[in-house]
Design a protein around this ligand. Structure first.
Ligand SMILES: NC(=O)c1ccc[n+]([C@@H]2O[C@H](COP(=O)([O-])OP(=O)(O)OC[C@H]3O[C@@H](n4cnc5c(N)ncnc54)[C@H](O)[C@@H]3O)[C@@H](O)[C@H]2O)c1
Length: 464
């Protein structure tokens, strides 16, 4: 995409703010009356289910009425976490049969996502299912049919980056051409050592407690970690990948697991863009953000600028920094004209050396603001420009995704992370594992055959 290159550094800050202007601001914190609360149950109260319940505790437009887990310990712990005296079930079908539950939040292991989601939809519930939405390609068409036949039920996937104001601002910058022609993305989620095997008295229990480490239940690093970042690429590039190549191995962690412990991929998208990504278990170093963060982040690269972004966690907020390209080549318009780069050298050098913070609504100066408010915002912007502080999202994207789910269930609106987003994400994960397993270039079109039950519909077990 094209844009004017004639920007001063000060303009650049303004544009970053303007990039967010078209984005609907963060949903206001809903102060719901008791009758307006959506009644929900959580199925799977393990690590993620309990984490979501910690966030759900302060979300006002939902009321937790039930929990389900096969583990009594997890059930009891999570009942304390939410503190609403929910009914407790060991069989999720019993929970689904209750009429005082409008929606379910599903946080069971990946291989159970589809059967539980299917039963929940058939029971008339709205569904929030954690990523990656489905495990096998053969589940995709059936899920689409089930959801499309139920326009009064909402399905949302737990891809929380879609609910971050910073990620939305960056998507807006990409679409407006502020980064020029966006040609590449880099992503990583590297850990050291990453997942550890929890020993159990027998193999069956060990497999269940460590389901992520076994291919019969899990899509490994691709499903658990890459799924978030391939979704960001699909969102930014506006399409799923055309082809995938990768190299992976089970090279370092020999504790009984059969998933790969390091995977590296290159995804090619229809407009020739590429995503280069890595997921390793031997270093947590993150070269982005001057190595002030570890493990995960994304870099979105265009001919006129790049953005580093990470969703962070509960203690490290979302971070996004924009770097203007020091000397971008002249862009060629569709008509074949060359647009020269005209910015001054001093600004260019400064732009290259230091990132420009991306402004969210709360930091933008509006025309009708009181003098004191304006001065506060200018002061904040000055502190940002000096690197003393960084803009922060007022709310965690996980809070926003959950609140937004309840709101969409009430209004029957389409979630940002909807069925198609989730299915495209799952298809990319499944094809990634195929590329890694078979050590070959896999085409997106292969998903059609796999959906019909083609040879590699389910991830294969990998020999250590
Ligand atoms: N969106 C994110 O950032 C994010 C982060 C972490 C995990 N997740 C996803 O959340 C899901 C759960 O992951 P986790 O880390 O909590 O795993 P976990 O093993 O800690 O928890 C899974 C829970 O499901 C329970 N369970 C298993 N079978 C069940 C059944 N038939 N009925 C009811 N409960 C059952 C287990 O007892 C366990 O408590 C996975 O799909 C994972 O990818 C998403």
């Amino acid at each position: 995409m094209e844009q004017s290159n004639n920007l001063s550094r000060r303009d650049a800050v303004k544009v970053a703010g303007a990039a967010t202007a078209a984005i609907a601001g963060a949903p206001a914190i809903l102060k719901a009356a008791p009758g307006d609360k959506l009644r929900y149950g959580v199925i799977g109260t393990g690590s993620r289910g309990d984490y979501l319940l910690k966030h759900l505790h302060s979300i006002d437009n939902g009321q937790c009425t039930a929990l389900c887990d096969v583990s009594q310990e997890h059930l009891d712990r999570s009942a304390k976490t939410i503190g609403t005296n929910p009914a407790k079930f060991k069989d999720y079908r019993e929970l689904l049969s209750k009429n005082d539950i409008d929606a379910v939040i599903i946080a069971v292991p990946l291989f159970l996502h589809f059967p539980v989601t299917k039963d929940a939809l058939l029971a008339g519930k709205h569904v929030f299912c954690e990523k990656s939405l489905v495990f096998k390609a053969t589940e995709m068409a059936e899920l689409r049919t089930l959801v499309e036949a139920r326009p009064k039920q909402v399905l949302q996937v737990g891809l929380q980056r879609r609910y971050s104001e910073f990620y939305q601002a960056v998507k807006n910058m990409v679409d407006k051409g502020i980064l020029g022609n966006v040609t590449h993305m880099y992503s990583q989620w590297n850990r050291n050592p990453g997942w550890k095997m929890k020993p159990m008295p027998n193999l069956a229990d060990q497999k269940m407690a460590n389901w992520r480490l076994y291919r019969e239940f899990s899509g490994g690093l691709a499903a658990e970690l890459a799924s978030h970042q391939v979704d960001v690429a699909e969102w930014m590039f506006g399409a799923p990948p055309e082809s995938i190549v990768g190299v992976g191995g089970h090279d370092y962690q020999f504790d009984g697991r059969d998933i790969m412990d390091n995977i590296q991929m290159i995804y090619k998208y229809p407009k020739k863009q590429k995503l280069i990504s890595m997921y390793i278990s031997t270093s947590s170093h993150l070269p982005l953000f001057n190595a002030t963060r570890t493990e995960f982040g994304e870099l979105i690269m265009g001919t006129e600028g790049a953005v580093q972004i990470t969703v962070g966690d509960d203690t490290h907020p979302v971070l996004a920094t924009w770097y203007r390209e020091p000397s971008p080549p002249p862009t060629v318009t569709k008509a074949g004209e060359k647009k020269a780069y005209v910015a001054g050298a001093t600004m260019v050098a400064a732009g290259a050396a230091k990132g420009v913070p991306i402004l969210l609504d709360r930091d933008k100066v509006g025309p009708n603001e009181a003098f004191v408010d304006k001065e506060m915002k200018f002061a904040r912007q000055w502190l940002y420009s000096k690197g003393v502080m960084m803009p922060e999202e007022p709310r965690n994207p996980v809070d926003i995704e959950l609140e937004s789910f309840f709101k969409d269930c009430k209004t029957l609106s389409k979630p940002k992370a909807n069925l198609e987003v989730g299915l495209a994400d799952s298809a990319t994960v499944i094809l990634t594992n195929l590329a890694l397993d078979e050590d070959r270039k896999v085409m997106w079109s292969e998903i059609d055959q796999l959906q019909k039950g083609g040879a590699a519909a389910a991830p294969k077990a990998k020999k250590a």
